[in-house]
Design a protein around this ligand. Structure first.
Ligand code: SAH
Length: 252
């Protein structure tokens, strides 16, 4: 029996999709693998006949798709975020292949929604979008051509998630379950982390650690640091409390 609950807690987020056919094909790929939650961030054309044609018997996934204006809205109550990318970016981020990622996804999805974010057909995800993620996923390809069709990338990732969910007890599962299973406090969600980063940036500017005219990569590196740690809600509340005190004392 597949771990259906975990699969259903996976959210496939498609950002700014140009071709509605890809949305339909992604919905089909999802349903084939037991995934249900599709989020569309500002699709270029929606609703669209072409999406319906390409979805096969996955019309329900399309009908239930949630359309949002921003990526933040699509990630609001999500506990773990994965960004997909066909190429290496300027700042290295924890990077896994779909098989490794799926172990993390299925483990996390037992506790909260997990988002897997896919980018635009022509230029993928922006650095800012990728920096909202806990880890990055890359599908290994030939060096000659690394960029898959969007829906086919969704298929590969959804398939690996299913294989991990079905294969309860695979050795890789046992070794890699991480520490969330016995954790006593809920993981901080994306909206909470975004509020924290905004607060942190403001305080760092106020205490003149960060020069807003010359921010360099400070916030990127801090995001990477905290995202690597997987804060829980209590840790996040403590950090917000510390920032409030710094804020208050620095203005005395
Ligand atoms: N030129 C773009 C490619 C976009 S392909 C880029 O450099 O990122 C559209 C989307 O499909 C990507 O944003 C990603 O979500 C997914 N995708 C395509 N190939 C991929 C790969 N090899 N690994 C991971 N995701 C991939």
């Amino acid at each position: 029996m597949a771990n259906q609950t975990a699969l259903e807690n996976i959210r496939i987020v498609l950002v700014n999709t140009t071709h509605p056919g890809n949305i339909g094909a992604a919905a089909r790929a999802m349903k084939n693998m037991g995934l249900k939650k599709l989020y569309l961030v500002k699709p270029k054309i929606w609703p669209a006949e072409e999406a319906v044609w390409r979805s096969g018997h996955a019309l329900d996934v399309l009908d239930n798709a949630v359309v949002t204006e921003t990526l933040d809205e699509a990630l609001e109550d999500v506990g773990f975020v994965i960004g997909t990318s066909a190429r290496e970016r300027a700042i290295p981020w924890p990077l896994l292949n779909p098989r490794e990622t799926s172990v993390k996804v299925i483990e996390e999805a037992a506790h909260h929604d997990v988002a897997i974010v896919f980018g635009r057909e022509d230029r993928g995800l922006t650095n800012e979008e990728l920096q909202k993620c806990h880890l990055h996923l890359n599908i290994p390809t030939s060096d000659e051509y690394s960029s898959l069709n969007l829906a086919q990338a969704v298929q590969v990732v959804a398939y690996e998630c299913r294989m991990t969910a079905v294969g309860d007890g695979l050795p890789s599962m046992k070794e890699n379950t991480g520490d969330r299973r016995e954790w006593d406090v809920k993981a901080a969600n994306s909206a909470g982390m975004e509020h924290f980063y905004t607060h942190l940036e403001q305080v760092l500017i106020d205490i003149e650690f960060l020069d807003p005219k010359l921010p360099k990569q400070t916030m990127t590196r801090l995001r990477r640091l905290f995202n690597r740690q997987r804060l829980d809600e209590m840790e996040l509340a403590m950090l917000r409390g510390i920032l409030r005190n710094v804020d208050r004392l620095s203005k005395k």
